[in-house]
Structure formats: structure tokens, C-alpha cells
Write a protein that binds this ligand. Sequence first.
Ligand code: AHM
Ligand code: MG
Length: 334
Amino acid sequence: MNNFTTLGQFIIEKQADFPYAKGELSRLLRDIGIAAKIVNREVNKAGLMDILGSAGNTNIQGESQQKLDVYANEQFISALRSGGECCMVASEENETVIPIDSAVSKSAKYIVAIDPLDGSSNIDVNVPVGTIFSIYRRISPEGPALLSDVLQKGTEQVAAGYIIYGSSTMLVYTTGRGVNGFTLDPSIGEFCLSHPEMKIPENGTIYSINEGYYVHFPQGVKSYIKYCQVEDEASNRPYTSRYIGSMVADLHRNLIKGGIFIYPCTAAAPNGKLRLVYECNPLSFIIEQAGGRATNGSTRILEVEVNTLHQRSPIFIGSEQMVLKAESFMNEVF
Ligand code: AHM
Ligand code: MG
């Protein structure tokens, strides 16, 4: 018998860390894990099937939606609906929140914000894509959940995680007590603990940013990029540039190897591109729990006021020393 821990076993063992927990959060995480396996199956088949390609719709951000986005969105929502532990879902793919008012979910106390398939424009070229999720406890006392239940600051997250559909499929999550990573073993269909207590190196040599937009970046970002490219033996510069264009994959690599990911504001996108609620906050929670740092250039991402569901934010995230260095350039007066 192999000595491995499955995601299901791990979640149940960890429930003991929360003395008052009744198992609802554990069940919610388990539901997300099950939906992830279903989505993984379809993502793996993408190159073979007609499912590949644009569904012909555009999402509310005006971006063309791939069929797999729609599929993943449906799978996660339906898993959360039938699981009974979630009373409202907020998704990148839906303009407004999706209340779940089935008989079982009415009294459920958790809200899930999700980007069901991040980086989906990469699917047709076989580059890793990801799912990002964030879990909050509802704050409204009773009745149908309210929009304000999901517009909580990132510090209020109960759990967050991502799934990377890559050369292996992994689920990485935190409940605020460190970060653990599980790799899907396709032969048994289980996520197995492969990366216990993940820690991001305090410093690194990889910077990830879409340098194609260089001319549109704020001066602080331009100066930091130049800093990364200058030769300096003591600090291992020049650094390596790596940008997949699929945030989960870029972040996952940097989490393991050490690095910084930046999506700043640009002239055309004054608040950056990435969304606070279901992209920046969950990934920042994970990176902080792994010992890293995440800010918008000056303020901790998790403390940014959330006003709207699809709010965007610039982000500087990764190894603590690298993010601090980038911030120091952002704070310079030019
Ligand atoms: P999406 O949510 O529409 O897939 O967009 C998010 C993705 C991130 O995964 C990635 O880091 C970024 O967009 C890439 O954007 P760009 O092509 O502007 O560099
Ligand atoms: Mg996205």
C-alpha cells in the first residue's frame, strides 16, 4: 500500500485545526476538488474535441469567451449548488452574483468567488490554464446573501486556492495556516499531497511581466525592469524573464522557484487588468501564507477596499525581497 495522503483525507485531518468547525468548509473544499477533476478531464481533451474554440459570446468585460470557460463555470457552479455549503457564487464569467437558494443552501454560510478558467486564451496553444477560488463567510445575518457579502476585503478570506491544469494538474490551497499543494494522480483520480507546507523563496531571479506594454508602464515599473536587467554578480542579475500570460502558471512557477509577477496599471488600463475579488485577493492570500508579499505598488492587496465585483487592481506579487524592491522604485518621485 502506498503511503500518500489524498486531498480528501488531508481536508478531514485539518478540520481538527478549527475546533468549532462543523465540516462545512471541508465539504466545500471537497466539492471544489471534485469539480476541478471534471474540468481537468475536459481541459485535457481540448485539443481533440470540438469544444475547443470560442463559444461566440463575449463576457461582461468584453472579452471573447472560450467554450471551456463556459463549461468550467457551469461545473463549479453546479458543484457548489449541489454541495449545499455555499449560498452565493461570484464568477468572472457572470456580471452579477449568483444566489444559490436551494432548500439546503439557504442557511449555508459560505460565499465563493471564482475565476473558473483563467488564461483561457491560451487553451488553443496548449499552455497551462488555471482556476482561482476564494471563500468568504457571509456577513449578512439571514435571508438571501447580498452583494456586500462578497465585497469583503481580502483579509477576510477563509480559504483560497488555485488549480493549475499543466503538465500535471495541481490544486494548491490555504485556509490561513500555510499552503499545501496536491498533484492529481490520473491513474487513481485523486489529488495527492505532493507539496506540503509550500514556502516561496524570500528572494528570486525571475521577473514576470508583459514587457510588450513597456512604453505604457509607469516610470517606477520601467525603472524596476531596467534594474532587473542590469548586470550585478552580488544579486545574481540580470534576472531571468518568464511570462506565460497565464497568471496561475506564472505564479505557480514563481512560488516554487522564487520570483515576482507584476501586472501594473498602464496608460490604457489605469487600474491594471487583473480582478481583485477572484484573481488578486485569493492569489495574494496564498502567496502571503507561503511567506511572500503582494501589493498594488504601495498598499497590501488584501487590505484594498472592495467596491465592485469586477474591480481591477495593479499587482506586484511574489518573493518578499523582490516585491519590496519593485515597490521602492514605485515610490520614487520622478
Ligand atoms: P483572463 O481572466 O481573461 O484569462 O485574463 C487574465 C490573464 C492572466 O492569466 C494573465 O496573467 C493576463 O491575463 C495576461 O494578460 P496580458 O495578455 O495583457 O499580458
Ligand atoms: Mg481571469
